[in-house]
Design a protein around this ligand. Sequence first.
Ligand SMILES: Cc1cc2nc3c(=O)[nH]c(=O)nc-3n(C[C@H](O)[C@H](O)[C@H](O)COP(=O)(O)O)c2cc1C
Length: 202
Amino acid sequence: MRPTVATARRFTVLALPGSIRRNSYNRMLLRAADDVAPVDIAIRHCEVLPEIPLFNEDLEADEKLPEPVTKLDQLVAEADGILLSTPEYNQSIPGVLKNAIDWLSRSTNLAGKPVAVIGATSGRWGTRLAQAATRQTLMATGAFVLPGPALYVSNASHCFDVNGQLLDMAAREGLAAVTAELARWVRTFHDRGEHAGRAALP
Ligand SMILES: Cc1cc2nc3c(=O)[nH]c(=O)nc-3n(C[C@H](O)[C@H](O)[C@H](O)COP(=O)(O)O)c2cc1C
C-alpha cells in the first residue's frame, strides 16, 4: 500500500498597505512579511488601492460597482486573513485607507475575518494613533482585529535599505511575531470551520 502523504493547507493573507505612495515604507514592510511569515501562509499583495474611487453612495446605486472596488472586495473574500500596514496622517488613519474600508464595509467579506494591523512612519511615534483609529474603524465592519502583538515602526527611513529591504532586526522580529499570531488565528478559524460573520475568538 502506498503511504499517504499529508498535504498541509496553505492559507492566504492579503497584505493591504494604507499608502499609495510609490516608495511607501508600509508597502516595504508588507513585502518583508514574505520573508518572515510562517511557511503555511502565502502573502498576496493588494495593489488596487490607488484605483479605488472616493466612496459615494450614488456609485452604489449604479448598475455596476466600480471595477477596482469589486476587485478589492473579491481579494478580501478570497483571503483567510488580512495584514494591514498603515502610515499616520495628522495623528489618524490616512484617507485612502479609510475610504477603502468604507467601501469594504458595504459587503460582509470583512466580517469575521482575522485582521492584524501594523504600521510604519518616518516619525517618532510609530503610527500608534493611526493604528488605534484603524482598529476602531475595522471593529465597525465586524472584522476580528488581533489585539496583539503590536508593531510600531518609527524612523522608517533608517529601517530599510535602498532596495526596500527591511534591515532593522527589531522590526523584523516584530513582524515575524505578528504574522505568526495572525497565522494562528487563521488556522484556528479554519480548524473550527468558522465563516465570516460568526467566528469566535481563538
Ligand atoms: C500630511 C501628512 C501628515 C502626517 N502626519 C503624521 C503624523 O501625524 N504622525 C506620524 O508619525 N507621521 C506623520 N506623517 C508622516 C508619514 O507617516 C510618513 O510620511 C510615512 O512614511 C508615510 O507612509 P508611507 O511611507 O507608507 O507612504 C505625515 C505625513 C503627511 C504627508
